[in-house]
Design a protein around this ligand. Structure first.
Ligand code: GLN
Length: 286
């Protein structure tokens, strides 16, 4: 029967043809098969797998070989140090998106019951992280896709989050008339004919969560325009966008008359989140 070491060597060679993370991928999939941590593989390289386990391992390797993202095979992805369940109904949370969390947390006081809305919540990663980091906040999260809302609710339950409500809405069309202090969104922002759509993990992710019209700006426009009716005076809108969309998104925010419009860069130095304030109260002049 094949040992851990021999299976890893063989699987790595096969995956290396298409993946530049072949060793890691093979290790993760073996851990998935054995239901063990990665340290186990190093400690017990000579452990021999049962025929059933070997078959299961090769079936996972086969999925990966065909391009299926690791996160969809294992059904999990880390985001802001929490584990999120994912399926092909939702986008796989990205490290880039942690920037919108960082910026939001700076704006959310610890003790106040402020109202937050996350639009297009997907796996719920943004809404759940904010709700967990600020338990006094009152968080609402929407998605158009019911299957995504099911995953988001599952993730909220998994992390024992009680200060969050999910509902189905096409952006703000079905949001109750409450006003929010913060509206966040990582909307679809890729141009329909972007070549990246044919490469890597992205090929397997839901198009509706990725693409937004010819220039990738259709949904950002809809959100920026409509969020104004749902923000408290001085409330903030934060939107994630593509590395080359800073100017266009700032122009959209300015057209809709947000104040103090700024863009911040992500960990790789790319402009990634644009934010502004709605009707920032002006200091009284006597
Ligand atoms: N909010 C989720 C994320 O940031 C989903 C975003 C989306 O589907 N466009 O990953």
């Amino acid at each position: 029967m094949p040992s851990i070491k021999s299976l890893l060597d063989e699987a790595t060679k096969i995956l290396a043809i298409n993946s530049d993370s072949a060793t890691l991928d093979a290790e993760i999939l073996l851990c998935q098969t054995l239901k063990k941590e990665r340290s186990y593989l190093r400690t017990w390289p000579d452990f021999e797998l049962q025929p059933k386990q070997t078959t299961q391992f090769w079936s996972l390797i086969n999925d990966r070989q065909k391009g299926t993202p690791i996160a969809y095979i294992t059904g999990n992805r880390e985001f802001w140090s929490r584990n999120f369940h994912v399926s092909p109904d939702v986008l796989i949370p990205r490290p880039d998106t942690e920037l919108i969390i960082e910026l939001s947390l700076k704006l959310i006081p610890h003790n106040k019951p402020i109202k937050i809305l996350d639009l297009g919540t997907g796996s719920g990663n943004i809404a759940i992280t904010l709700a967990a980091e600020r338990p006094n906040a009152d968080v609402s999260a929407t998605d158009f896709c019911l299957a995504a809302l099911g995953i988001a609710q599952l993730n909220a339950n998994k992390h024992n989050i009680n200060n969050i409500k999910f509902s189905q809405s096409n952006w703000l069309s079905n949001v109750s008339s409450t006003k929010f202090n913060i509206i966040v969104s990582n909307p679809p922002y890729i141009a329909e004919d972007d070549v990246h759509l044919t490469e890597g993990d992205i090929r397997f992710e839901p198009r509706s969560a990725l693409c937004s019209g010819k220039l990738g700006l259709k949904d950002i426009k809809i959100i920026s325009e409509n969020a104004r009716n749902f923000l408290e005076p001085g409330g903030h809108l934060l939107i994630e966008h593509g590395y080359d969309q800073q100017q266009a998104v700032q122009a959209i925010f300015n057209t809709f008359e947000y104040d103090l419009v700024k863009t911040t860069t992500d960990l790789s130095g790319q402009p990634r989140v644009t934010y502004g304030q709605w009707n920032k109260p002006q200091p009284t002049v006597y």
